[in-house]
Design a protein around this ligand. Structure first.
Ligand code: SF4
Length: 367
């Protein structure tokens, strides 16, 4: 760690990476397009200034790795409908509160009287349910492979403690099939991927082997320190220069080949793969986590079948969908900074602390 924060070493690494990038530019005559899949990497690149430093040699795009951002408009509208049901208390992580649905948000619904409570751990929902036996607690499950284990444990606990006024609306998504969908897309070519370190910690880096073997694209699993992200870019440039496509694990202090088996078992006991709708990417088969029939009694939509009635006034103006697919960067959305700001977010990418628009707004002065 001491080595990682040595400024002289970092300076040397940046210089070497830029030299490498220039060699790639000489060879290919174009800036390679790299996608940082994970929202935490988007923050790391912008906050550290590394995005700006490497601007001349790499075209860095953000990807579909912010769970709040990839939640579809339909799902947001459905969550709003759930929050309006009499007797329901919605338990959610705070970053969902200001995400605009078609004509409202959880924040607005709460101001109009809906019982919406912010939690920091899914297990808090069990305590909430036990203390409010006359209310139905709906736990909003938004996240990737990293969040699902905590929701799984919560339901196992609820069953063990015989708490039956709790259910889960699972909007969980898993990464591999979303990446396949991106790489199969013909309109936009990605030259290399910086893979999500947190997800890989659960799934193991081998779960991303298909990127190199089938799509012949180099990919690196990396951590989130400045040292990590520069090393990752350097490694990807190196592979491009040599014409190699491999999965390299530069986050071995956290990520192993096979991942966290205990967490995988917990998830597999409660969830099964199902289809999910991603903002921008659309419906992707096998990219969601749905409750297994063994846990169907905890499924919110079984307890409360609901309909969506709202219109979508901003559906065509907000370009979060294009952004999550790496087709554009925030500056290319006409609403960015002019109408859409953190105080007046028109899409989830401006709401979430890991959404690309919010990150660029805070840290990147110009394109
Ligand atoms: Fe959507 Fe706002 Fe981002 Fe534009 S700047 S893509 S409107 S969130």
């Amino acid at each position: 760690l001491r080595q990682m924060s040595n400024p002289l070493l970092l300076k040397e690494m940046v210089k070497k990476t830029i030299d490498l990038g220039e060699k790639v530019l000489d060879k290919t005559k174009k800036r390679p397009v790299f996608m940082e899949v994970c929202g935490t990497h988007t923050v790391a690149f912008s906050r550290s200034g590394v995005r700006g430093l490497l601007e001349g040699i790499v075209d860095l795009r953000s990807g579909p790795g912010c769970p709040v951002c990839v939640t579809s408009q339909q799902d947001i509208d459905r969550v709003l409908e759930i929050s309006r049901i009499k007797g329901v208390t919605l338990a959610t992580f705070g970053d969902m509160l200001r995400v605009p649905g078609s004509s409202s948000s959880l924040e607005k619904e709460r101001a109009m009287g809906a019982d919406i409570r912010i939690i920091y751990s899914p297990l808090e929902a069990i305590k909430m349910a036990a203390e409010n036996p006359k209310r139905e607690i709906v736990l909003l499950g938004v996240g990737f492979e990293t969040t699902a284990p905590a929701i799984a444990v919560t339901l196992q606990e609820a069953r063990r403690k015989k708490v039956d006024n709790i259910s889960v609306y699972s909007l969980h998504k898993t990464m591999p099939n979303a990446l396949i969908s991106l790489l199969e897309g013909k309109e936009f070519a990605i030259d290399a991927l910086l893979l999500p370190g947190h997800v890989a910690a659960i799934t193991g880096y081998r779960s991303f082997d298909f990127i190199a073997s089938k799509y012949k694209i180099p990919a690196v699993v990396a951590g989130f320190e400045v040292f990590d992200i520069i090393s990752a870019i350097s490694s990807l440039l190196n592979m491009l220069l040599k014409g190699e496509s491999r999965i390299e694990n530069l986050y071995s202090r956290i990520v192993t080949e096979t991942g966290n088996i205990t967490a995988q078992k917990m998830v597999n006991e409660v969830f099964e793969q199902g289809d999910a709708i991603w903002r921008g990417l659309g419906e992707i088969a096998g990219s969601g986590l749905l409750l297994k029939s063994l846990y169907r009694e905890f499924e919110t939509l079984v307890r409360f079948p609901i309909k969506i009635t709202e219109a979508s006034p901003y559906a065509s103006a907000c370009r979060c969908g294009d952004l999550l697919m790496g087709k554009i960067r925030p500056f290319q959305c006409n609403l960015f900074r002019k109408i859409c700001t953190p105080n007046n977010p028109l899409g989830p990418c401006m709401v979430s602390a890991e959404g690309a628009c919010s990150v660029y707004y805070r840290y990147d002065v110009s394109d």
